[in-house]
Design a protein around this ligand. Structure first.
Ligand SMILES: Cc1cc2nc3c(=O)[nH]c(=O)nc-3n(C[C@H](O)[C@H](O)[C@H](O)COP(=O)(O)OP(=O)(O)OC[C@H]3O[C@@H](n4cnc5c(N)ncnc54)[C@H](O)[C@@H]3O)c2cc1C
Length: 500
C-alpha cells in the first residue's frame, strides 16, 4: 500500500507539497479549514468585481517554472503571464512627479540619473550584485535543509560572507550605492514583501532587486488566483484529494510518532506522514499536545512577526487614468514609518502604501469601464481596531490616495468597499497576532535561525509554508514544499532537484 500523507492547510505550500508527493505515488489528502483553497492567496467576487485577496506580484518566474517542471508540466500550459510595463509606478509624499520602473536597465538607469547624477552606473553595479546573489541563493542556499549551524556557516559563507552581504544590514548596504532618499526607498521597499524593515533585514536580500528590476514583474491573466487553480489542477491530476471546509483540531501522536489527525467534526484520518501548512504557531501551540511542542508559546512571545495589513478592496465606478497596475506611495519619513510598524505600534499617520489596479491590465476583473482596486497599508501585527476606527482610517487612506497619487474624487466614485485587516487574518488563517505574512525575515529569523521544517519531537511530522525555510512569498513557499519532499526522501543536496 502507498504511504499516506495528510497535509493540513491548502495554502501555496500545502498545495505545492500535495503535488510533489502525489506525483511520487503517495496517497495524499489535503485538509483545508476554509471553503476555498489557496490560503492567503485567496479570492472573492462581489458586485461584478473579482478581487485577489493577497498576492499580486508574480516575481521570479524561473522558480515557478522549476516547480511545474518537476511535475512534468510547464507554466505556460496553465498560466498566461503578462509582463507588466511599467513594472510599477512610485509616488512620493508631497512630490508631484511619480517615477516608473520599467525593468529595462537603459531606461531605469536614465530615471536614476535624473534624480541623482551618476546613479545610473551605480544601479548597473547594484543589479549585477543582486543577480550574483540571486544565483548563489537559488543554487546553493534556498533549496537546502539546514540541520546545524555549520550547514549555513559553511566554507562559502565564511569566505564569501562579505561578498554575499550576509553580515550587513540592507539600509547600510543600499546607502553605499545611493545617496538620495528616493533611490534608497526604491531599492529597499521590497523588504516589506519579506515582512521586515531595511534597518533589520540582512543585506543578502538585495537579491530581491534582481527579481523586480532584472527579471520583470508579471501578472497571470485572469488574476493571481489562476496560480492556485493551476496548483489544484496539477495536484488532483496526480491523485491528491483536496478537501475544503475541513478544519483540523488535533495532530494525533502515539509514542512520539505522528499517527493522524482529528478534524473539528470528530472524524479521524490516519497518516504515515503529516505535513502542516498552517502557521507554525497554530500547529505547535493549538494542534499538538503540550508534550510534543518544540516551539511553545514563550518562544513565540519573543519572535518578530511580520506586519499585518490594512487592506481595502474597492470597486470604482470609472477608470482612473493616473494609476498603472502596481502603484506605490512612499512616506517622507521612512524610518518613522517602519518604527510605527515594528517599534511603537500604531496606525501610521503618513503611511507608505500600495495600490494595485489589476483592471488596468485585465478587463475580466471588473465590469466594463470600471476599476478594481486593492489598497494595502502595512501596519503592526496585533493592532486592535474598532469598526469605527477602521472606517476612519480607511477614509484617511483614501484621502491620501486622492491627494498624493493624483486620484481626485476617488471616494465619490466608490461603489463597492470591503475592509480586511488584523482580526480577519487571525480568524481566517489562524494567524498569530493577525500577521499578514507570518514570521519576519530578520537576520535571526533567517535560514538556520528559522524554525525547522521537521519536528524534533514527533517522528513523521513536517512543516511547510512561509513560517519555515526559505520563508515568505508565493514562489518561496513552493521551494519550502520541495524542501519537505527532500526531507522525507532523505535527499540532502543544496541544489534544486532535477527530478522527483
Ligand atoms: C496581502 C498579502 C499580499 C501578498 N503579496 C504577495 C505578492 O505580491 N507576491 C508574493 O509572492 N507573495 C505575496 N504574499 C505572500 C504570500 O502570499 C504568502 O507568503 C504565501 O501565500 C503563504 O503560503 P503558505 O504556504 O505559508 O500558506 P498560507 O497561505 O498561510 O495557508 C495556510 C493554510 O492553512 C489553513 N489552516 C490553518 N489552520 C488550519 C487548520 N487547523 N486546519 C486546516 N487548515 C488550516 C489556512 O486556512 C490556510 O489556508 C502576500 C501575502 C499577503 C497576505
Amino acid at each position: 500500500m502507498n504511504k499516506k500523507v495528510v497535509v493540513i492547510g491548502a495554502g501555496i505550500g500545502g498545495l505545492g507539497t500535495a503535488g510533489l508527493f502525489a506525483k511520487k505515488g503517495y496517497d495524499v489528502t489535503v485538509l483545508e479549514k476554509n471553503p476555498t483553497l489557496g490560503g492567503r492567496a485567496n479570492v472573492f467576487e462581489s458586485d461584478g468585481f473579482r478581487f485577489d485577496m493577497g498576492p499580486s506580484w508574480y516575481l521570479a518566474p524561473d522558480l515557478f517554472e522549476h516547480y511545474f517542471n518537476l511535475l512534468g508540466e510547464r507554466v505556460s500550459d496553465h498560466l498566461d503571464l503578462i509582463r507588466l510595463d511599467p513594472s510599477y509606478r512610485i509616488f512620493f509624499h508631497n512630490d508631484p512627479e511619480p517615477l516608473d520602473i520599467k525593468s529595462n536597465i537603459v531606461l531605469d538607469a536614465a530615471t536614476f540619473d535624473a534624480i541623482e547624477p551618476g546613479s545610473g552606473e551605480k544601479l548597473r553595479a547594484y543589479l549585477k550584485q543582486a543577480e550574483y546573489q540571486y544565483g548563489v541563493a537559488t543554487q546553493h542556499f534556498m533549496y537546502k535543509n539546514y540541520d546545524t549551524i555549520f550547514d549555513f556557516f559553511n566554507r562559502r559563507v565564511m569566505t564569501e560572507g562579505q561578498k554575499l552581504s550576509v553580515f550587513s544590514k540592507m539600509h547600510s548596504f543600499v546607502s553605499r550605492f545611493f545617496r538620495s532618499r528616493k533611490l534608497q526607498q526604491v531599492m529597499e521597499y521590497t523588504m516589506v514583501f519579506l515582512g521586515t524593515s531595511p534597518y533589520e533585514a540582512p543585506a543578502l536580500y538585495n537579491l530581491m532587486s534582481h527579481m523586480d528590476f532584472n527579471q520583470g514583474v508579471f501578472y497571470p491573466r485572469g488574476g493571481f488566483y489562476e496560480l492556485i487553480k493551476a496548483l489544484e489542477r496539477v495536484a488532483e491530476k496526480n491523485g491528491a484529494v483536496l478537501r475544503t471546509g475541513s478544519p483540523v483540531a488535533e495532530i494525533i501522536v502515539e509514542n512520539g510518532n505522528a499517527k493522524g489527525v482529528r478534524l473539528e467534526s470528530g472524524e479521524i484520518i490516519n497518516a504515515d506522514v503529516i505535513i502542516s501548512n498552517a502557521d507554525m504557531h497554530h500547529t505547535e501551540t493549538r494542534l499538538l499536545a503540550e508534550k510534543w511542542r518544540v516551539l511553545p508559546q514563550k518562544y513565540w512571545d519573543k519572535r518578530v512577526m511580520a506586519p499585518s495589513a490594512f487592506i481595502i478592496y474597492l470597486g470604482v465606478r470609472e477608470k482612473l487614468p493616473n494609476l498603472t497596475h502596481h502603484n506605490l506611495l512612499f512616506s517622507e519619513d521612512w524610518r518613522k514609518n517602519f518604527d510605527e510598524i515594528y517599534k511603537d505600534p500604531c496606525l501610521p499617520d503618513e503611511p507608505s502604501l500600495y495600490v494595485c489596479a489589476p483592471s488596468v491590465t485585465d478587463p475580466t476583473v471588473a465590469p466594463e469601464g470600471k476599476e478594481n482596486l486593492f489598497v494595502l497599508v502595512p501596519i503592526a501585527s496585533d493592532l486592535k481596531m474598532t469598526e469605527d476606527e477602521k472606517e476612519a482610517y480607511s477614509d484617511k487612506v483614501l484621502a491620501l490616495i486622492e491627494e498624493q497619487m493624483n486620484v481626485p474624487g476617488l471616494r465619490e466614485k466608490i461603489e463597492y468597499k470591503r475592509i480586511y485587516t488584523v482580526d480577519d487574518f487571525a480568524m481566517d488563517y489562524n494567524a498569530f497576532k493577525g500577521s499578514a505574512l507570518g514570521l519576519a525575515h530578520t537576520l535571526w529569523q533567517t535560514a538556520i535561525f528559522r524554525p525547522s521544517n521537521v519536528s524534533k519531537k514527533v517522528k513523521g511530522l513536517y512543516f511547510v509554508g512561509a513560517g519555515v525555510n526559505p520563508g515568505i512569498g508565493t514562489q518561496i513557499c513552493l521551494i519550502s514544499a520541495e524542501l519537505v519532499y527532500k526531507r522525507v526522501q532523505g535527499i540532502t543536496s543544496a541544489e534544486p532537484l532535477g527530478s522527483l
